[in-house]
Design a protein around this ligand. Sequence first.
Ligand code: A3P
Length: 312
Amino acid sequence: KDVEFEKSFNEMISTLPKRKSWGIPEDYFQYQGFWLHPTYLKGVVSAQQQFQAQSTDIMLCNLPKTGTTWLKSLIFAIVTRASFDDSTSPLLSKLPHEVVPFMELYHADFPTYRDHGVPVLATHVPYSSLPRSILDSGCKIVYVCRNPKDSFVSLYHFNTTILTSMNLQPLDLYEAFEMFCEGVSVYGPYWDHVLGYWKASLEHPDKILFLQYEEMKDDNVLYVKKLAEFIGYPFTSDEHRTEVPEKIVKMCSFENLSNLEVNRSEKGGMIQNNMYFRKGKVGDWMNCLTSEMAERLDRITQQKLSGSGLSI
Ligand code: A3P
């Protein structure tokens, strides 16, 4: 079966448009309108063919570098709070990506997580490419988006860090910026990804919660309460009284997570644990983009989102 899949995947991928990536040896392939790295693409196609979602699953969806690590830890802490607190949580000794896997990388292992009462899975797949079973099962989807300027800057730094650690030549900032504006970035175009989930969240507000990194940073306790309520794990009045939401926010804060030994570590192969934690700030683009670049990105964003009711 694997051999058959491999064969048909190779045939399919050879028909796709491709573009030079952001400095890694492999090209990006355009699949169903979005640019993907071939390894992830294989996982996406495989998940589309065989991933079986259940109605009690919780899917965290977003673009890379828009808050995956943060949201994974928050959702994990909310869902497991009957078993663990802020002194016993696996989040204190494991990378958030270890406790909430990615669908396109490890979906075959997902039933094991479900069996342990953690029905949470993450994916960067755009809405229009989600496996059918996710939509049919009616499971909850949480989407988080982040300001495109900060998303680009975070992605650019992440990419540079990885390439440097692999002794590869990082892509120049201006070249990366051009590609991002053109829509050629991992799981991009950025705007199409965001709009896909935004529109779906307007159509199915009971199934898709659309969050923004900046708003969450601004009032994290409020959003953690909303999040818990939405995914079906609302805080009780007792928990409110004993400040459980506040404790979860604190445990999952950038300051706390980024200082844990596990998250400072350089283990993890190509992507080391510490690479997921850089600054965790809103507005860091100011330290990286010229005003021309910022204006250009703002203009594109305005154009693309015009009439959608969304502002980011
Ligand atoms: P910066 O590069 O701007 O610092 P992802 O988790 O999707 O890969 O996104 C990584 C970005 O989220 C990085 O942004 C990282 O520093 C930030 N981040 C990681 N953990 C966070 C947390 N607990 N709270 C807020 N931001 C966090």
